[in-house]
Design a protein around this ligand. Structure first.
Ligand SMILES: *[C@@H]1O[C@H](CO)[C@@H](O)[C@H](O)[C@H]1NC(C)=O
Ligand SMILES: *[C@@H]1O[C@H](CO)[C@@H](O)[C@H](O)[C@H]1NC(C)=O
Ligand SMILES: *[C@@H]1O[C@H](CO)[C@@H](O)[C@H](O)[C@H]1NC(C)=O
Ligand SMILES: *[C@@H]1O[C@H](CO)[C@@H](O)[C@H](O)[C@H]1NC(C)=O
Ligand SMILES: *[C@@H]1O[C@H](CO)[C@@H](O)[C@H](O)[C@H]1NC(C)=O
Ligand SMILES: *[C@@H]1O[C@H](CO)[C@@H](O)[C@H](O)[C@H]1NC(C)=O
Ligand SMILES: *[C@@H]1O[C@H](CO)[C@@H](O)[C@H](O)[C@H]1NC(C)=O
Ligand SMILES: *[C@@H]1O[C@H](CO)[C@@H](O)[C@H](O)[C@H]1NC(C)=O
Ligand SMILES: *[C@@H]1O[C@H](CO)[C@@H](O)[C@H](O)[C@H]1NC(C)=O
Length: 836
């Protein structure tokens, strides 16, 4: 504790300094502090500023710069009864003379030392002579410290990046706030495996909400978890990684999104040295108390610029969208579970006006009163990607297991529509259930929510026999109920099967629009405007009533494919990404199946890239955009969808361009949905010769086959020719031979498309891109980058692997390329209707 005169002295010093600064107009900038310094959270503090939104900051350190900059100090909001020692963004403003002043409007807190233990007015922060940084409340209790006594700390520094650092005499880091992330990441900050972001309870209560949401980095990607018993991943972003890579995994927040790195592998980011975009685009990422991840950016005020999870999951998918025991349907419509058979209400909304707060049991479950417990049955629900507690059991066993375990709150039973046994999950706490009208991959989940019936209070005077009667009666009725429920399930299941067997495809809610044959005939003018003919059948242009144009793909000769067709439509229809062609609907008539896509007015990429038969030369800027678009589309299919999707037939014909030359990947007809993390062994070769990866011959198919095909497409775009081109001199027929020779002779620039002046003027960029293509074309598929890595390289945040193998050609594949003209129709048709 300091003597009062010291406070006064300090105050005077501050005052003098402040006046001096105000008159001399030198930049206000105080980013470091020395040992033996104490700051008290009172009015005497310099730069104590009350802000427009009711919050107050007292800056201890401030790194002045034009635009938003970092400061650290005491922060409070609203009634200001509790203060946090925090690092926050302030918007500094510049006066005419170029002086920088902290402006502080709407400070954005990005880190707090004591969010679980706020302090009061009058608390002190001290950097002791022994090198400990400690926060002491007015009552004298130490609420937080860095435990760095005796570690040769020389001073405190708030870095440009917003990291609060205790450094030693050698200026190396002894302690840093980046090692203790709270709920935010600032630009360039890394979240290592083992660390996690945990949101606050609410925007007004900053206590860490442990156990509900968290963002973590794992071996193979990053995961947002919800719940703790067990944790359920509500957002997953997998990254394909060669198993041989060891090293610390981390996510780094770079320009609007999280990127995944491995410390020892990524040559471009060994120590996180990627330059970070500075002040003009100040941004930070925050895990909000509702589980959303939001990116905030300074654009004259703080704005949410993206919500990365919501681009991929729906509102209902946030574990607590409708609170505990709630049911979420559509776009976050919340309701409480009701029992359809009995008229007894078991749940009521916690708050009638705010149904999203969840539902509570009217009669709580009583542990030793199993005989009075029943289930509310909810058909067709979804509950995240739960891990089964029991596999291959029937629904009765599942329910019984829940009854037998006191802490079980519900029995979730997921079964394939073809069998009566399935997976059983017994959660100890029930978050929001999602109403899923449509089946997911032919799987249906039924939720049996355990509820307690009201029972007359057990009275001591009741005779044993009486109890016995009650017991027999209740057990009897429970059994009867179970029997009835089982009977009902059987009936509904049978009925479901029957509908599926119908010749016409029944209504499937949640699917893309269903068009009747008549409608399709009208919209396409009786199928008279043919856009093209693919392996599966013809594509026609059509116009809907609302004036939008569509492309109708007719699939022919598929035979008895009701189910797989529906599955196909369902999986395609649920995939949305700006770089993937949207499926707008489907139709069926006799043996014909139709897929209705959005119309892409500039057709497919092959019309634009080959010298000799291209409609128009695409400028370099445009080509670059197309390349990035395709890479993003594929990265989405591979790594960001619920299920990993391998396209298997990437070629220019399957890359479509809209009127603004935005590229979208089309034709998932050949793609096969496979489970995450599983490479599939396939028996038939599919795809298009010329674009096929060498491992097709060895039958180990991973998403890297798409990376290879992408590499070929990329090379074709850069060179303006087809991979196999007989109009060239014989030794150059195969573009890969040319590539290999060019690497060996160091003449990559000679490969650049010669027939475009614009491309030639960018030849060094094009050569860099040829290197990207070469990486994608590595013969050993494990050496090829993942599509998300390609995106990073194209965006300039990563470099191309420098150790490339230049032996691109394989004699066996060349043969395949020669057979380019061979008719693939049969193969494709068999693939489309093949088993899934
Ligand atoms: C810290 O101490 C050094 C050397 O004693 C001095 O030059 C510097 O101005 C001090 N910094 C602050 C913020 O007081
Ligand atoms: C401060 O509190 C007010 C009122 O509760 C709120 O509107 C405002 O968003 C809060 N500011 C911050 C930065 O949390
Ligand atoms: C900068 O902020 C101060 C308050 O902190 C204010 O008085 C001054 O007018 C601002 N200057 C400009 C140029 O906005
Ligand atoms: C310092 O040590 C105490 C007790 O070991 C611990 O509770 C506290 O979290 C540590 N503080 C930091 C910042 O690591
Ligand atoms: C404080 O951090 C900045 C980086 O933001 C660095 O340039 C500076 O040298 C550091 N100061 C000390 C005293 O370590
Ligand atoms: C600073 O570095 C020197 C030489 O590397 C070393 O001898 C010394 O112990 C270091 N000092 C601290 C405080 O780490
Ligand atoms: C903040 O939330 C925590 C955890 O839910 C609770 O214990 C605490 O009382 C809350 N604080 C205030 C001020 O509401
Ligand atoms: C950051 O991303 C945005 C949008 O993706 C882009 O417009 C901008 O150029 C990027 N900035 C940097 C410095 O990479
Ligand atoms: C309930 O289930 C959990 C996990 O399945 C188990 O650990 C626990 O022992 C069970 N309790 C009883 C009473 O069976």
């Amino acid at each position: 504790m300091r003597a009062p005169w010291m406070d006064l002295l300090l105050f005077c010093l501050f005052l003098i300094l402040y006046c001096y600064l105000a008159t001399a107009q030198t930049p206000v900038d105080y980013p470091t502090a020395n040992l033996s310094t104490t700051w008290t959270n009172t009015e005497s503090f310099h730069h104590s500023v009350l802000l427009l939104d009711g919050s107050r900051v007292r800056a201890i350190l401030f790194r002045g710069s034009l635009g938003p900059g970092f400061a650290c100090g005491f922060y409070c909001n609203d009634t200001c009864t509790s203060y946090y020692f925090s690092v926050f963004y302030v918007q500094s403003n510049s006066s005419t003379s170029g002086t920088v002043e902290p402006g502080y409007w709407y400070p954005q807190v990005v880190w707090s030392a004591n969010r679980d233990h706020p302090v009061s007015y009058g608390a002190t922060l001290s950097l002791t002579a022994t090198g400990d940084l400690a926060l002491q409340d007015v009552d004298g209790s130490i609420v937080w410290n860095t435990n760095t006594t005796g570690k040769s700390v020389a001073g405190l520094n708030l870095t440009d990046d917003g990291n609060l650092v205790l450094f030693d005499a050698n200026r190396s880091v002894v302690w840093q706030s980046f090692d203790y992330p709270t709920d935010c990441l600032v630009l360039g900050q890394r979240l290592f495996q083992g660390q996690q972001l945990i949101p606050s309870v609410s925007s007004t209560n900053w206590t860490a909400q442990k156990g509900l949401f968290s963002l973590q980095v794992k071996d193979d990607g990053f995961f947002a978890y919800a719940g703790s018993n067990p944790p359920l991943a509500y957002y997953v972003r997998l990254v394909s990684i060669n198993d041989a890579y060891t090293g610390r995994r981390y996510a780094r927040f770079l320009n609007g999104s999280l990127s995944f790195f491995i410390s020892s592998v990524d040559p471009s980011d060994p120590d996180g040295v990627i330059p970070i975009p500075r002040a003009s685009s100040a941004q930070y990422m925050k895990l909000m108390s509702d589980g959303h991840l939001k990116v905030f950016q300074w654009r004259k005020y703080w704005l949410v610029v993206s919500d990365p999870f919501s681009d991929y999951i729906e509102e209902c998918d946030y574990l607590m969208a409708c609170g505990r025991n709630g049911i979420c349907s559509g776009n976050q419509q919340c309701s409480c579970p009701v029992s359809r058979s009995a008229g007894i209400p078991y749940f009521r909304a916690v708050n009638d006006r705010q149904p999203n707060l969840g539902c509570s049991e009217i009669t709580p479950l009583i542990c030793n009163a199993i005989q009075d417990q029943t289930f509310i049955e909810l058909e067709k629900v979804r509950y995240f990607d739960f891990v089964a507690d029991m596999k291959s059991v029937d629904s009765e066993t599942c329910k019984q297991a829940c009854l037998n375990n006191c802490s079980c709150k519900a029995a979730l039973f997921q079964y394939d529509s073809e069998s009566s046994s399935g997976d059983c999950f017994l959660p100890f706490e029930l978050f929001t259930l999602i109403n899923a009208d449509q089946e997911i991959n032919r799987k249906t989940t039924i939720a049996f929510i355990k509820v307690q019936n009201v029972r007359s209070p057990p009275s001591a005077s009741k005779s044993r026999s009486n109890l016995g009667v009650i017991l027999t009666f209740t057990i009897g009725s429970v059994l009867f109920l179970i029997g009835v429920i089982g009977f009902l399930i059987n009936i509904t299941r049978k009925r479901r099967r029957d509908t599926q067997m119908e010749e016409c495809i029944g209504e499937v809610p949640g699917l893309p629009n269903r068009f009747s044959y008549e409608e399709l005939k009208t919209t396409t003018g009786n199928f008279n405007k043919k856009l093209g003919e693919g392996g599966f059948g013809a594509v026609f242009k059509g116009t809907l009533e609302d004036g939008s144009t569509i492309a109708v793909k007719c699939l022919e000769g598929l035979g008895q494919v009701n189910k797989s067709f529906l599955a196909e439509v369902q999986s395609i229809g649920s995939i949305h990404h700006v770089n993937l062609v949207t499926l707008r609907g489907f139709g069926a008539w006799k043996a014909q199946r139709f897929l209705v896509y959005e119309f892409m007015s500039n057709g497919s990429l092959d019309r634009w890239i080959y010298h000799g038969d291209r409609e128009q030369v695409l400028e370099w800027k445009c080509r670059k955009k197309i390349i990035l678009d395709v890479a993003k589309g594929l990265a989405y299919l591979h790594e960001e969808c619920r299920q990993k999707i391998i396209h298997l037939d990437i070629k220019p014909q399957n890359i479509l361009l809209d009127s603004d030359f935005n590229a979208k990947v089309s034709d998932f007809g050949l793609s096969k949905l496979i489970d995450r993390n599983q490479s599939q062994v396939m028996t038939t070769m599919r795809g298009t010769p010329g674009y096929l990866a060498p491992e097709w011959l060895s039958s180990v198919i991973t998403e890297k086959v798409d990376v290879y095909s992408f590499g070929i497409v990329l090379l074709e775009m850069l060179c303006g020719r087809k991979k196999f081109d007989r109009s060239q001199p014989e030794e150059s027929w195969n573009l890969l031979d040319v590539l290999q020779k060019s690497w060996e002779q160091g003449t990559l620039q000679d490969m650049v498309d010669k027939y475009s002046e614009d491309i030639k003027t960018h030849s060094s960029e094009v050569v860099d891109m040829i290197k990207v293509a070469s990486w994608c074309l590595q013969y050993d598929f494990t050496k090829r980058p993942s599509m998300s890595t390609v995106v990073k390289v194209l965006e300039g945040v990563m470099k191309v692997e420098s150790r490339l193998d230049y032996n691109f050609t394989d004699p066996r594949l060349q043969n395949a390329a020669v057979e380019e003209e061979k008719d693939m129709t049969q193969l494709m048709a068999s693939v489309l209707s093949g088993p899934r």
